[in-house]
Design a protein around this ligand. Structure first.
Ligand code: FES
Length: 127
């Protein structure tokens, strides 16, 4: 599924330019989003990356996940949803999505997922 574009996301979020080059040796184009400490444990934040709206979540076990930031139901802000180690619950109508696969737990379309990792406290996202 395609990620969400900025035009459908009315809230103000950091605007980031996607990386132009692949990270050395990885073959992947990793975009730095900033410090992992910008996201409190157990919460998410939304980033606009060349117009793609991406929600990055910092799970309580220290791992990170990244999904499309716009709920496919009616456009709710998924980064503001409640999370545990497996799912995010949209704050608008409480439908849930798997944080690893992006699959709906409520019978709705999936959301896009993105490879993401933390290196030296910096969030790196692959688009
Ligand atoms: S907008 Fe997300 S569940 Fe309705």
């Amino acid at each position: 599924m395609e990620g969400a574009r900025r035009a459908r996301y009315p809230w103000s979020v950091p605007d980031i330019a996607a990386a132009d080059r692949a990270a050395p040796g990885s073959g992947a184009r990793m975009t730095p989003l900033g410090s992992i400490h910008d996201i409190p444990l157990g919460e998410g934040r939304t980033y606009a990356i060349d117009g793609d709206m991406v929600a990055v979540f910092r799970l309580r076990d220290g791992s990170v996940r990244a999904l499309s930031a716009v709920c496919p139901h009616q456009g709710g802000p998924l980064a503001d949803g409640q999370i545990d180690l497996q799912q995010v619950v949209c704050p608008l109508h409480l439908y849930a999505w798997d944080l690893t696969t992006g699959c709906s737990r409520s019978g709705l379309p999936p959301v896009a997922t993105y490879p993401v990792r933390v290196d030296n406290d910096q969030i790196l996202l692959e688009l």
